[in-house]
Design a protein around this ligand. Structure first.
Ligand code: ATP
Ligand code: MG
Length: 404
């Protein structure tokens, strides 16, 4: 057992002292067996939510409907969820309500894939009724129980299977893959929000190229917003080293660029992305449209798009062109560092200074003057220093006359 689990042991021991069962479950146990970094340690217990809240002094009822209580332990929040089954599934989605049960087996049985259905007790022993450890050793993703049934219960699991391929580099077990091909169309019943969560994780995985191949092979792509007509272009996406991209905005930009999507805003809105992210993607795509090669990054263009957007655009551009993104990125960072100013905030003169110098009322002329100054500073015509800029802007005799 490693540190993240050890830190949470107190919760399991306390529940046991009160006569309940409690185990570590889900993604953290899988990732531990894979030697991957663990983020959230989840706990499953036979105690009902009220019982959990009665035992621990600091709890937050985050999802009582689903049996989840957050327990604060040494200041760290842990999700403690009552053993449950999911009752009856309707419309190919996970039901809103769940049924609490007292057996771990039933809780593991409702989980999606065998690798995600392993429990670990407080001594580090595994409870693995569906041979999840063997699946992990063989690096395969297979459903708990009959794949066809599990995907028709909750169609999102088909996307989860493919995003786990992207994250872990595993293969889909044959029956599991065949069932996805068979039932991909059930994804029409799944909300865009849930699809987006999985798709973003899919794009971010180290084996994203494999996952894109699978999206095409299984026809899952046909049920994703804006992608139904993009089979060939999507297949191309499997030829690229996605991990070269380091943010969601870069990944969406790369996708839109290679899929040749013109109505960018409406495409991204179909995926219900946040406005902030949509703006970032549009800025990167705009930057891409003005540079076709590294040589096109002039000082003026870099200043116009800003450092962050320029670096993102360069990462995308390098990947599209099969160039070394790290080298290009470093060269661009050097170029950025040599700019006398990076943003307007860096300019030693403000609009107010300009208004004072000329003694005129503000108006569009102030913005024009600031732009003129920025260009002059970027071009090295004048130093970014207040008095020098004033002298350059207002010839001596003009100020002199005014002073008289
Ligand atoms: P991640 O690393 O993305 O958090 P995870 O395996 O922890 O991966 P979660 O979405 O956090 O995935 O879910 C936690 C656990 O809940 C899973 O390991 C799995 O056992 C179960 N689970 C999640 N979603 C489903 C689902 N749609 N159907 C069945 N079981 C699910
Ligand atoms: Mg998780």
């Amino acid at each position: 057992m490693n540190e993240p689990f050890r830190r949470a042991l107190g919760i399991i021991r306390t529940l046991k002292q009160h006569g309940y069962e409690a185990y570590f479950v889900g993604g953290s146990v899988r990732d531990y067996l894979l030697n991957r970094p663990i983020d959230d340690v989840d706990i499953a217990t036979s105690a009902l939510p009220d019982e959990v809240m009665a035992i621990f002094p600091k709890t937050i009822p985050v999802g009582l409907k689903h049996g989840t209580v957050v327990v604060l332990h040494d200041g760290v929040p842990y999700e403690v969820t009552t053993f449950r089954t999911e009752g009856t599934y309707e419309n190919y989605r996970r039901p809103e309500s769940v049924r609490f049960v007292r057996s771990l087996y039933q809780d593991l049985e409702r989980r999606d894939f065998t690798m995600n259905a392993i429990a670990m007790d407080d001594t580090g022993q595994f409870i693995d009724p569906f041979a999840g450890q063997a699946a992990i050793e063989k690096r395969i993703i297979r459903t708990v129980g009959a794949a066809e049934d599990r995907f028709s219960e909750d169609a999102l699991r088909m996307m989860r299977a493919i995003r786990f391929v992207s994250q872990l580099g595993f293969q889909l077990e044959e029956e599991t893959k065949a069932a996805i091909i068979e039932q991909a169309s059930l994804l029409t019943h799944i909300s865009v929000e849930r699809k987006t969560v999985e798709f973003e994780k899919l794009m971010a995985g180290p084996f994203a190229s494999r996952a894109f191949s699978l999206l095409v092979e299984t026809n899952v792509f046909m049920y994703l917003p804006g992608l139904a007509e993009k089979r060939e272009a999507l297949q191309q996406l499997s030829n690229y080293e996605w991990p070269a991209l380091t943010s969601a905005a870069e990944r969406w930009s790369f996708l839109l660029y290679l899929l040749n999507i013109e109505q960018t805003a409406s495409f991204l809105r179909q995926w219900k992305l946040a406005n902030r992210l949509i703006k970032d993607v549009q800025a990167i795509l705009h930057a891409l449209s003005i540079v076709r090669s590294f040589a096109d990054w002039t000082k003026e263009r870099l200043y116009e798009v800003g450092a962050a957007v320029a670096l993102s655009a360069e990462a995308v551009r390098s990947l599209v062109n099969g160039e070394n993104g790290e080298e290009n990125g470093q060269a661009l960072r050097d170029q950025l560092a040599s700019l006398p100013i990076q943003t307007r905030q860096d300019l030693a003169v403000t609009g107010k200074d300009i208004i004072d110098w000329y003694g005129r009322k503000g108006g569009p002329w102030v913005e024009e003057t600031l732009r003129k100054l920025e260009q002059a500073v970027l071009a090295g015509i004048v130093e970014n220093e207040k008095e020098r800029m004033k002298a350059w802007l207002i010839p001596w005799n003009q100020t002199h006359e005014k002073d008289c």
